[in-house]
Ligand binder design. Sequence first.
Ligand code: OAD
Length: 230
Amino acid sequence: MDIKKRIVVLTGAGVSAESGIRTFRDSGGLWEDHDVMDVATPEAWERNMELVLRFYNQRRKQLYEVSPNAAHYALVELEKKYDVRIITQNVDDLHERAGSTHVMHLHGELKKVRSSVDESLVYTLDGWELKVGDTCEKGYQLRPHIVWFGEPVDMIPAAAQLTETADILVVIGTSLNVYPAAGLINYVLPGTPIYLIDPGHFDMGHITTLRFIKAKATEGVGTLLKELLD
Ligand code: OAD
């Protein structure tokens, strides 16, 4: 039997940048013209539900206007030879739309909504607009299915366990600034090769198994595929 090596891929906003979705830290401290504290916290939701809904409605609407890019497709290509498991911090669905079969969302999903009282009631939204007055089956207001700042990241234990099983770790387009997601790279077993694709600056010389491909995602994956598929 042919047992495939496992590649765990950690992606961030940078992998979707060339699809036209802006990253967070490249936007001058503002996220699509908003302070994240005004739109992506439980306090913001308490203070101004309409603004939060409008913000995520815009993000969701945009999602219907963009498409996966070469980087998303390259990760699908890797599945021919490897058991590829993607852990993404992104709330878009571009990995799934490209065709990746194993995608774990750490920070939630834009196209899903959930009850603001009973977290177990999660729904896929029909269309892009969630309004004040849209309720779950128990009658409570629905909210975006997004992990906001200050909320626990429930998927972290599962993601950490998965990262431990990696034969190779690939990290694409994340500033590794936001914890606990950024801490995942510490879960690889000693000696595991780590590929990092990002046009930004990283000070990770202490990781001896690191291969830093300093490039945009769509370009960097070309190098990655050459090294891992040839
Ligand atoms: P950031 O905005 O912090 O970082 C984006 C990274 O992508 C940076 O390292 C950029 O250098 C890199 N980048 C920019 N353009 C790129 C390109 N074309 N190709 C490859 N890389 C590129 O985004 P994340 O690290 O994903 O959380 O941010 C983590 C979390 O913080 C997000 O999930 C979000 C945010 O607040 C929530 O929404 C809960």
